[in-house]
Design a protein around this ligand. Structure first.
Ligand SMILES: Nc1ccn([C@@H]2O[C@H](COP(=O)(O)OP(=O)(O)OP(=O)(O)O)[C@@H](O)[C@H]2O)c(=O)n1
Ligand SMILES: C[C@](O)(CO)[C@H](O)COP(=O)(O)O
Length: 228
């Protein structure tokens, strides 16, 4: 089943504190974003990648894409202030039946998960990658616990998130009209009454957000290299 993917890569990486786009930081000598692009470049069912970039990062992306095997499948658009705005800009360049949104900061996504998501979105309209929560989650106010959230049924949501294109478009347009900002696409799609299926992913599919995530990334890379 063919699909397109929007890859938001236009963030400022405040929590990483690298002073530059965290997607240019390297794992085993290669930029993070290259690994993310590798996955979709290797998939014949991925018709194209809509890479959302920050103004000012053009020459860096031109350099790292120059000899990337997937460069013929990549078109780029500019991002916005918030992640949701960046995805919205990417959406305007999408034209397929199934659209995925996958954070550029998640380089360890597996093709198997991607294909399960595409199939689930085709069948039911929307599907997201997630893993069961392992820690106990509590809500606090002014540094004091006010609630322990029941862990049964709690999922830690990732990307890719997969949708039939008209569903995601309607959800983003409604959010824009209502000035609603969500932290993922599924939250927008839930607001228009669309059911969202969970596809269990794996804990390797981390989002590189804070400096210690780089150590985790090196370990995941080494594990996969050893597994071949
Ligand atoms: N305005 C934005 C913000 C984020 N992103 C992208 O969305 C993904 C997930 O966002 P996050 O990890 O929060 O990245 P940053 O916003 O850069 O991180 P921070 O919140 O620490 O600044 C990243 O690939 C990031 O590049 C984007 O395209 N446009
Ligand atoms: C979309 C996401 O990766 C799902 O977990 C997450 O919400 C992105 O949050 P961020 O703060 O924009 O990285």
């Amino acid at each position: 089943m063919d699909y397109q993917v929007i890859i938001p890569a236009a963030g400022s990486g405040k929590r990483m504190g690298a002073g530059r786009n965290k997607l240019f930081l390297e794992i085993n000598g290669r930029p993070v974003i290259n690994y993310t692009l590798d996955v979709f470049a290797s998939d014949p069912e991925c018709k194209n990648m809509i890479l959302v970039i920050r103004r000012g990062d053009e020459s860096q992306f031109r350099k790292l894409l120059a000899d990337h095997p997937g460069k013929h499948k990549i078109k780029w658009v500019y991002g916005g202030q918030e992640r949701q705005h960046s995805v919205y800009n990417g959406l305007k360049a999408a034209d397929g039946q199934i659209i995925l949104v996958h954070d550029g900061a998640r380089p360890f996504i597996r093709l198997h998960t991607i294909h399960l998501l595409v199939e689930a979105a085709y069948k039911g309209g929307a599907a997201i990658a997630a893993v069961p929560v392992k820690d106990t989650i509590k809500r606090a106010e002014r540094g004091q616990v006010v609630e322990t959230v029941k862990r049964t049924g709690l999922w830690q949501v990732q990307t890719p998130q997969a949708f039939r294109l008209p569903i995601l478009t309607e959800a983003h347009e409604q959010a824009k009209a209502q000035n609603y900002l969500g932290t993922d696409e599924a939250s927008l799609v839930e607001r228009i009454g669309q059911t969202v299926k969970i596809i269990e992913s794996d804990y390797d599919n981390i989002k590189l957000t804070t400096p210690e995530d780089l150590y985790f990334a090196e370990a995941i890379f080494a594990k996969r290299k050893n597994l071949g």
